[in-house]
Design a protein around this ligand. Structure first.
Ligand SMILES: Nc1ncnc2c1ncn2[C@@H]1O[C@H](COP(=O)(O)OP(=O)(O)OP(=O)(O)O)[C@@H](O)[C@H]1O
Ligand SMILES: [Mg+2]
Length: 618
């Protein structure tokens, strides 16, 4: 198994010599010598739908971001990322691993693919992901989705630690703290983020402060905006980051609020869609079907799997990745063994495809990406914002064709309508063109941003809430507002009450900042001897307007358990009902902070913190 790193500054040898069974020896000057207690290794892990990536940085040499490029089964060929694929096997030697992953598969072997998408069932699956097939495989392996994800991450962890140990040496590794930062999609529910965190903990990536989550487009933005800085950025500018991956395309928008150090705020709620690069492969499949006919196609898939796999691999690795509108060359996709057929365009085992035909495969998918970006541009402009740039990242983001089409669309504003005497109105009506940025490290921008986040903390001062967040409460019955059948008698308050009213603490789209928590106020009564451990459900709502009472369709985010035993008894108020029943009342708040990829809660009474609140996600 080979392990090599590549470094951005390029002073670490990356060549892999397959005949040597020791690791490449890094130049001595590039190896950190001592490891003072505060220095750390930060490892970013981008667990993607189709591909995953790992980057690392040593805090004492923050300029050098290393990308793991050698993978088990990779046959010495380096790759910025490794397929997110896993299967369980019965090894002939029982001491060997029962897991196969990444590059270790032959094309025709069965394995779990796109397993990440099953962590959040609130989203639609792309047509090519079969829940039935995934469920059948999991049943056969006797695994749950969470276990398969955690087993995959455990392989990533093991390989990363081995690679780092080769790179830095065992002594260094035993003295140095390793902190992981894991990326998750921005659109994920809080419970899916929590499930990812748990899977990573189980995989050995640490816990508590040593394991952080960051949203994928935010990580990409951190890296690319820093790379653009400082010449091209101005205060107040808005940038849209478009992370075009395998399955999904995720968008996020930021406004620059400070230049040095760079600080940004999220300027529109992120959006996304199912129009990633894998859709091109399925459109290619349809193309082949229509060219050679369904019968020959089915025969090939069923009887000559190797022939089909070869053609698909060529499309995936060569045709798709090199396609560019300016080069009108034909491509010859190998389908070894398919007999010549002039009409179908089959010649000597190759299917000839014209540039126009490849373009037809790309165009509908590219148009979807453009219209998603267009939507985000409109949202920002509608609020009076100035959109200065679109940053294209992710695997599909690397595509020169996508880049060219985006440039054409956003960059070539039509000339103002002709008038004999130009007026101010005409000058003002021209839409300013938007620059498209295409960073060199588009595919690894997410994972590079993740390590920067671990290294430097967050540059994002505020985000937009993706949901309304609230809690339900009971209040005094008001016949003008509440249905009479909902009321009940409270012996402590000695009034008619109603429960399940919703109080929304944060509105969808509202600005939230990590440093300014949102407070949920509560007042609670306790009879003598009653438990001081209280439970509340945090509720979210995806609709644009949130309802005023609890109803179907609201999302039960998590149960918050607060232990009020930590609050001094003197802060409770002793009250007595008219019937002489004594009870204690406490006013308290739960402070919630929305971090890049998770929710954090704290119990406060009179502005003093009395411990954490545990959140159990549903
Ligand atoms: N130059 C290129 N042109 C088009 N597609 C490309 C190119 N390079 C890589 N890809 C595709 O990008 C996809 C992988 O991208 P990426 O790693 O960003 O996705 P992911 O993180 O797995 O997916 P997601 O972000 O949806 O979870 C693959 O489908 C791959 O075929
Ligand atoms: Mg991705």
């Amino acid at each position: 198994m080979a392990s090599a790193f590549s470094s951005r500054s390029g002073n670490i040898p990356v060549a892999f010599n397959p005949s040597a069974n020791h690791s490449p020896v890094p130049a001595l000057s590039s190896l950190p010598r001592a490891s003072p207690a505060q220095d750390r290794l930060i490892v970013g892990v981008d667990f993607g739908t189709t591909y995953s990536g790992v980057a690392a940085v040593y805090s004492a040499s923050p300029e050098e971001i290393d990308i793991v490029k050698s993978w088990p089964g990779g046959n010495g060929i380096t790759s910025d990322k490794v397929p997110t694929e896993i299967a369980y096997i019965t090894p002939s030697d029982p001491s060997k691993s029962n897991v196969k992953w990444g590059f270790q598969f032959k094309p025709e072997e069965t394995r779990l693919r796109c397993i990440k998408l099953f962590l959040d069932r609130n989203h639609k699956l792309p047509h090519f992901v079969s829940p039935l097939d995934t469920a059948a495989q999991l049943r056969k392996y006797e695994k749950t989705v969470a276990e398969a994800v955690s087993d995959y991450l455990a392989q990533i962890y093991k390989h990363t630690m081995e690679t780092l140990t080769r790179r830095y040496g065992e002594t260094f590794m035993s003295m140095t703290k390793v902190q992981f930062v894991l990326t998750v999609p921005a659109v994920w529910s809080d419970s899916a983020k929590d499930a990812t965190l748990k899977a990573a903990e189980k995989a050995g990536m640490g816990s508590g402060k040593d394991l952080k989550l960051i949203s994928e487009p935010e990580a990409a933005a951190v890296y690319t905006l820093k790379a653009i800085q400082p010449n091209n950025l101005k205060l107040g500018d808005n940038f849209i980051v478009c992370d075009a991956g395998g399955g999904t395309v995720d968008l996020i928008a930021y406004k620059i609020t400070q230049l040095n150090p760079l600080r940004v705020e999220e300027s529109a709620v992120g959006t996304g869609g199912l129009c990633g690069s894998a859709f091109l492969n399925y459109r290619f499949e349809d193309h082949v079907k229509s060219r050679i006919g369904i019968e020959r196609y089915t025969m090939m898939r069923e009887k000559k799997a190797k022939t089909w796999n070869m053609g698909l691999k060529y499309f995936e690795e060569f045709v798709k990745r090199n396609f560019n509108e300016d080069e009108h060359a034909e491509v010859n996709v190998p389908f070894p063994g398919l007999p010549d057929d002039e009409e179908a365009g089959l010649d000597s085992g190759f299917l000839v495809m014209s540039a126009e035909q490849v373009k037809e495969i790309f165009d509908p998918v590219v148009s979807e990406v453009i219209s998603l970006v267009e939507g985000q541009v409109h949202t920002i402009r509608a609020k009076g914002g100035l959109v200065c740039g679109i940053v294209l990242v992710g695997g599909f983001g690397q595509s020169n064709y996508l880049y060219g089409r985006m440039k054409q669309h956003f960059n070539s504003a039509p000339p103002p309508p002709y008038t004999e005497r130009p007026t101010h109105a005409v000058a003002l009506s021209t839409v300013p063109s938007v620059e498209i940025f295409h960073p060199i490290h588009a595919w690894t921008a997410v994972v590079r941003g993740a390590v920067l986040r671990g290294l430097e903390g967050s540059m994002v001062v505020s985000r937009r809430s993706r949901w309304h967040y609230g809690t339900s409460y009971a209040t005094v019955f008001d016949e003008a507002k509440h249905p009479i059948e909902d009321r009940y008698w409270s012996p402590l308050w000695e009034r008619w009450m109603v429960s399940d009213r919703m109080q929304w603490h944060i509105a969808k789209g509202a600005q939230v900042s990590e440093s300014k928590p949102i407070s949920f106020h509560y007042t609670r009564n306790f009879r003598p001897g009653q438990s001081l451990v209280v439970e509340d459900d945090l509720i979210a709502c995806d609709a644009d307007t949130a309802p005023d009472s609890f109803r179907k369709g609201l999302i039960n985010v998590c149960a918050l358990t607060t232990d009020l035993n930590t609050v001094p008894k003197s802060l409770f108020t002793r009250l007595t009902t008219t019937k002489g029943v004594e009870f204690d009342n406490l006013d308290f708040t739960l402070d919630m902070r929305i971090e890049s990829a998770g929710l954090v809660f704290e119990l406060m009474v009179d502005g003093v913190r009395y411990g954490g609140v545990s959140a159990k996600f549903h």
